[in-house]
Design a protein. Structure first.
Length: 79
């Protein structure tokens, strides 16, 4: 996992754990639910730690978003 992916993963798990715990591994597509939360986490991270002129895409790439979403979704499915 790249540094940016790790940062996004930890931030998402720390700040959005309650929402992630509500996702059932039996739902039709937990990946869609996880992606919504990770996308929210990206924008919240930028809001918390960056200047207001910073774009989310300048911090986290699409690959970072997809990788972290997949990792978290796989964790949910393993439970």
């Amino acid at each position: 996992m790249k540094a940016e992916q790790r940062e996004l993963y930890v931030y998402t798990k720390d700040h959005f754990i309650e929402q992630l715990e509500k996702i059932s591994p039996d739902c039709v597509s937990p990946l869609i639910c996880v992606r919504k939360i990770v996308r929210t986490a990206i924008y919240q991270y930028v809001n918390d730690y960056c200047t207001k002129d910073t774009n989310a895409e300048d911090i986290f790439s699409q690959d970072d978003f997809l990788s972290v979403s997949d990792i978290i979704c796989n964790e949910i499915k393993e439970v």
